[in-house]
Design a protein around this ligand. Structure first.
Ligand code: URA
Length: 437
């Protein structure tokens, strides 16, 4: 077998066999096949795509390049959730304790912030004392005792994807749907849960900008999970404005706490309820509609709040943060306002720029090695469709000693479009579609 022939097949719109895909991926991982040949292959895939079987084979080969996370010592149904990444997306913090109140186990591995999107682990570490680095024994014990555990990704999950993803990043081949689907699923399927809810974000703050493409991605991901007999649901959700009102680590913890107490913002609360209800449905224990009612009740009667406290305590955090978040969370007191340059209606928000505005304050990372400041971020005061007067605050910036405030304000100014008239077709839906496998 020669890389040349495999590249040529794909260049000429042919199909690569399982053996060929395995040969390319293993050869690349073992430093036998050079970057330039894999790059050429990736570009051929970018233009000519992988079909269902090829996508599955690529996923499977990448998945098997690393460790599998065995959850069999955790009793009961284990349901996972994955978001393709957005701005203000703190759903895991709220839905993990929600779902756990109904007896479903959430044992999750999560990542850190990079670029304009945040990371669950950084957010959790804004809670005083919270430990995201756990031994396998601790991870399993907390999952069994509390029903929720979230740890940082360690070990060797899909190393082939890691290497391939860096190369895609450098060769402008990230945006191919079959490659995205295989990349995400190779990591998610390595965690041996009973089901997974996929939150596919679409819009100006997501890497998918188009609903039809997001649906197509969802379908490819669902097909892959079906081949593994893993139950899955994909929600196509709106990222044309930040999710909720708070962006930045401690600020997002604050908003998640408000949400589990029933006082969260409308869009974020709705998304949490839907994602949680589908997670419960996938467990096969309680159907979707009933799950939704029970979840609402558990928020109202304080059970979710108590579960969140139990979880935080089990991972070494100060659970009092849930009772008195303003007292125990460290949020910068240095506030700068971003005010409207004109009167009118907010007709569009470039959400990626809002994410970047938060990143340059220090809430996120431009490069993997950058340090973050969990106390900084942005509170959004006006969202799509809202009316503003000239000089009225649109957002509050919580600023730290290393924040690039001018840069952040510049991003926000570029992000917000304000017009005299409100368009009739302004899209404010939280969920665009739900796909099943
Ligand atoms: N996230 C991933 O993990 N992989 C991709 O290819 C794109 C987004």
């Amino acid at each position: 077998m020669r890389p040349y022939d495999i590249i040529k097949t794909k260049r000429d719109k042919g199909r690569n066999t399982r053996e060929e895909i395995e040969f390319m991926i293993k050869g690349y991982l073992d430093n036998i096949i050079p970057d330039y040949q894999i790059s050429a292959w990736l570009m051929a895939i970018f233009f000519n795509h992988l079909n269902e079987e090829e996508s599955f084979n690529l996923t499977d080969v990448m998945l098997k390049s690393g460790d599998l996370i065995d959850l069999s010592q955790i009793k009961g149904k284990k349901i996972d959730k994955h978001s393709t990444g957005g701005v203000g997306d703190k759903t895991t913090l709220a839905i993990a304790p929600m779902v756990a109140t109904l007896g479903i186990k959430v044992a999750k591995l999560s990542g850190r912030a990079l670029g304009h999107t945040g990371g669950t682990i950084d957010k959790l570490e804004a809670i005083p004392g919270f430990r995201s680095s756990l031994s396998t024994q601790e991870f399993i014990k907390i999952a069994n005792d509390v029903g929720v555990v979230v740890a940082g990704q360690t070990g060797n999950i899909a190393p082939a994807d890691k290497k391939l993803y860096s190369l895609r990043d450098a060769t402008a081949t990230v945006e191919e749907l079959s490659l995205i689907a295989s990349s995400i699923m190779s990591k998610k399927l390595a965690v041996l849960s009973d089901g997974i809810v996929l939150d596919i974000k679409v819009g100006s703050g997501a890497f998918m900008k188009d609903i039809d493409k997001a649906k197509e991605l969802g379908r490819i991901m669902l097909n892959i999970s079906k081949k593994y007999n893993k139950k899955a649901v994909a929600l196509i959700t709106n990222m044309n404005q930040p999710l909720g009102n708070k962006i930045g680590n401690a600020l997002e913890v604050l908003e998640a706490i408000e949400t589990v107490k029933g006082n969260g913002p409308r869009d974020f609360s709705k998304l949490c309820l839907e994602l949680s209800a589908y997670m419960v449905e996938l467990s096969g224990i309680i159907p979707y509609k009933e799950a939704k009612e029970k979840l609402k009740k558990n928020i109202e009667d304080g059970s979710v709040k108590e579960k969140m406290k139990e979880w935080i305590k089990a991972q070494g955090g100060n659970e009092l943060v849930v009772e008195e978040p303003y007292k125990y969370l460290e949020i910068s007191e240095n506030v700068v306002e971003f005010s409207s340059p004109q009167k009118g209606y907010i007709t569009s928000i470039n959400t990626e720029k809002v994410g970047s505005a938060s990143m340059v304050l220090g809430a996120g990372r431009e490069k993997k090695e950058d340090a973050i400041d969990t106390t900084v971020g942005i509170e959004i005061l006006k969202k799509l469709g809202d009316r503003v007067e000239k000089g009225e605050p649109i957002a509050k910036l919580y600023v730290g000693s290393k924040s690039h405030v001018d840069n952040s304000l510049k991003f926000l100014k570029e992000a917000y479009k304000i017009e005299e008239q409100l368009p009739e077709n302004l899209e404010n839906k939280v969920i665009f579609d739900v796909l099943f496998n």
